[in-house]
Design a protein. Structure first.
Length: 369
């Protein structure tokens, strides 16, 4: 089993939890991180890491990647720009970091062979999740009509206007890319799997659903729904919800995600696979806002915008049967049982809210219907 692990983007939200998970399991850990201001400050991030070697550098810098790879047995590739909405106007930035960065890493791995490569992909590659029609058939290629969205009809319907029923999405669902971010994540996972096959390196991609937990960047309005809501509630402002709030998502705790990455490093015969990592449960965004407001003791009703962002999908939540079978993965931290922990962490943070900036950036570019 590989014992020396490099984590790219290892000082970020998931990366810090993964560092702790690996250290507790006896690994030696090195991280490569560029310290993006939108994600984390250097001082705050490094303060959370002990017994970890930190290499400061951009994932697109071959020299920095080469130094970071020295002596490593395995790589977990987390380094990426994250955000569906922002990716639709910061296109070069997202493609550069996510796809060029991955290409640089893979090219350097030719001269520094490792035992296993685990790449963080995203549920966004699915586009809409799976649906079931009234006659019982599965619908794998559901899409929304822009005219219907503009008219405030957000649900997915069949040819007769009947609303389709969302069901858990497994890895057999065809990819249907709805944003530049999704495109870059799919390119990352495909590049890693192709590379692994060519160079006989066990490569696996974990398709992460909505990750939450203490340590998420509250100042980044393009990050997870819960962090965005928490940053608003912390300053006694109403969380803003696009569409009608009845869209459904899967929220998986960051400690469960860190454990899934460790299992992906350890379990045999996972090379060549894409694997969902989620909670296997779904929640409406309205319910999430209500649960979080209660946990934070902020009885504030959300603002329902009745408008949709370009690139957003209606429903997607995970079938985690493959993760259970291949990784032995079962979630341990349900969202409703861990929001108190998140609320306590938020209460100790500096109040920062960039939600208005995010909305303005999207609206001036016509990316909100």
């Amino acid at each position: 089993m590989a014992k020396h692990v490099l984590i790219t983007g290892g000082v970020g939200f998931i990366g810090r939890h993964l560092c702790n998970e690996l250290l507790e399991s006896g690994y030696e850990v090195r991280v490569l991180d560029g310290f993006l201001d939108q994600v984390h400050s250097r001082a705050a991030a490094v303060a959370h890491l002990t017994d970890v070697e930190v290499v400061v550098g951009d994932i697109r810098d071959a020299d920095a990647v080469r130094v970071a790879l020295g002596g490593m047995d395995a790589v977990v590739h987390l380094a990426a720009e994250v955000g569906v909405g922002q990716s639709m106007y910061e296109i070069a930035r997202y493609v550069g970091t996510n796809d060029l960065g991955t290409a640089v890493l893979l090219q350097e791995l030719i001269a520094h062979p490792i035992e296993r490569l685990v790449v963080a992909s995203s549920m966004s590659v699915y586009g809409e999740g799976l649906y079931r029609a009234s006659d019982g058939r599965l619908v794998e290629t559901a899409r929304r009509d822009p005219a219907s969205i503009a008219a405030g009809r957000f649900d997915i319907t069949d040819a007769d206007g009947g609303v389709l029923d969302p069901v858990p999405t497994d890895e057999s669902k065809p990819v249907d890319l709805a944003s530049i971010y999704a495109l870059t994540k799919y390119a990352q996972e495909k590049a890693a799997l192709l590379f692994g096959q060519a160079y006989r390196i066990d490569s696996v991609a974990l398709r992460l659903f909505n990750v939450f937990g203490p340590g998420q960047a509250l100042a980044n309005p393009y990050t997870g729904v819960l962090a965005n809501f928490a940053s608003r509630l912390a300053i006694d402002e109403r969380p803003t919800i696009f569409e009608d709030g009845f869209q459904r998502r899967d929220f998986v705790h960051v400690r469960d995600v860190a454990r899934a990455f460790r299992l992906a490093l350890e379990r045999p015969q996972v090379g060549g696979n894409v694997i969902n990592v989620g909670s296997g449960r779904s929640y409406t965004v309205r319910d999430v806002a209500s649960l979080l407001a209660r946990a934070m003791d902020r009885p504030i009703e959300p603002e329902i915008l009745g408008r949709a962002r370009t690139g957003d999908i209606r429903n997607c939540f995970s079938d985690i049967g493959k993760a259970e079978a291949l990784l032995g993965f079962r979630p341990m931290f349900a969202m409703e049982d861990t929001l108190g922990e998140l609320a306590d962490w938020v209460a100790a943070q500096q109040r920062v809210d960039n939600n208005a900036t995010m909305r303005r950036e999207l609206e001036i570019r016509g990316l909100v219907s």
